[in-house]
Design a protein around this ligand. Structure first.
Ligand code: GTP
Ligand code: MG
Length: 351
């Protein structure tokens, strides 16, 4: 299922160990595949035209139908209340056997989740192993604190084999601040002795120009993840709030902004679960110089705070040192570590 992108280029003395873990990983992915294509709805009386309309709206799997609210389905061409009820009922029947699982099964599934290295062992440890699949990890902090550097480092490390039989995968990068730099990726690839052209070829890049465009790009992401199932492992948005802050200004528009933001975050969460990928977003902090308390707070309010599974605050240290503080996680304690920004990306502070 996974094309083992970078792993193919790295066949060394570890070849045997890696190929064993590749097989193990493929077995796990096949076994746990949640990609029940909506084409199977044909066998249940749903027409091809309706299936194509669902696909046009980014719904490609049975899980995708279940994740979509009825009121959203009414916006799709050809779907009236009756048809939606019948569609929901069919999907419910199809997924009846896997609607619930035991806590032991959840525990097993969680142990299989891949984790992507940040480039710093200390930061990986803070995150319980790295940036986790099927969830949203958010880093926030002031300018130059390393958010984009961390994003670039993950673009490379996501392509490398890792624990739990992870064999590496492709990356999608949505850039809202025009700070994506292939040159940085080349020097990070060099650090890991990877072929720089392959590394660049494995990253799909899109520039978002406004918050609506950012949202439209997610539709394309959904299709891409479906078309190339299991190939992409990481989606980065650098930064999540920049365009929302420009497009919605003042108190009068805050409700609208938060509503749209909430929809986008919910979409991201669903994408991460449906396609088993890690989502990494960066965020800015408020610039309220009158109240210093506010000036260290991430923007996006409660909506973003609740939607991000894991939140990390970054601050500047001396020189190239940066401090990462884990603030919000469902299963990790609050703690902080130091890391370094180097030409090879994020690294550990050497003693
Ligand atoms: P904003 O996007 O402005 O909010 O900041 P950010 O948090 O995204 O900052 P970014 O990750 O871009 O980090 C910028 C810092 O990384 C600056 O201090 C740069 O000097 C440093 N930096 C960028 N490239 C290199 C490099 O090749 N080597 C080293 N050592 N540092 C670098
Ligand atoms: Mg940046």
């Amino acid at each position: 299922m996974n094309n083992g992108i970078i792993a193919q280029k790295q066949e060394t003395s570890t070849e045997v160990a890696e190929s064993e873990s590749v097989t193990e990983c493929e077995e796990i992915e096949d076994e746990e595949s949640c990609f029940q294509e909506i084409e199977i709805l044909l066998e249940h009386g749903i027409s091809l035209a309706d299936i194509n309309n669902l696909k046009k709206n980014g719904i490609n799997t049975i899980k995708g139908v279940q994740m979509c609210m009825r009121k959203k389905l009414t916006e799709i061409e050809g779907f009236n209340k009756e048809k939606i009820e019948s569609l929901k009922e069919i999907c419910c029947q199809i997924s009846l056997s896997n609607a619930f699982m035991t806590a032991s099964e959840v525990s097993f599934q969680r142990k299989q989740l891949f984790k992507l290295s940040t480039g710093s062992k200390a930061l990986d440890k803070l995150l319980g192993g790295g940036v986790e699949a099927m969830s949203i990890t958010e880093v926030f902090g002031e300018f130059r604190c390393g958010k984009t550097q961390l994003s670039h480092t993950l673009c490379v490390t996501a392509q490398m084999p890792g624990p739990n039989g992870y064999i590496g995968g492709k990356v999608i990068f949505i850039d809202t601040e025009h700070t994506f730099r292939p040159n940085r990726l080349k020097s990070i690839a060099e650090r890991y002795h990877l072929d720089e052209n392959t590394v660049l070829d494995n990253i799909l890049y899109a520039r978002a120009y406004n918050s609506e465009h950012q949202s439209e790009l997610l539709n394309i992401v959904g299709c891409k993840l479906h078309e190339e199932a299991g190939v992409f492992k990481l989606l980065i948005i650098d930064s999540i709030m920049a365009l929302f802050r420009v497009d919605y200004s003042g108190r009068g528009e805050i409700f609208d902004r938060q509503h749209k933001l909430g929809q986008m975050m919910s979409r991201l969460q669903k994408i991460s679960e449906e396609y088993n990928i890690a989502i990494f977003i960066t965020n800015q902090i408020a610039s309220d110089f009158k109240s210093p308390d506010l000036a260290t707070r991430p923007v996006g309010g409660n909506i973003l705070a609740h939607a991000s599974t894991t939140r990390i605050a970054l601050t500047k240290g001396e020189g190239a040192i940066r401090i990462a503080k884990l603030l919000d996680s469902p299963d990790l304690e609050e703690a902080e570590v130091q890391f370094l920004i180097t030409s090879g990306g994020i690294d550990d502070v050497k003693d």
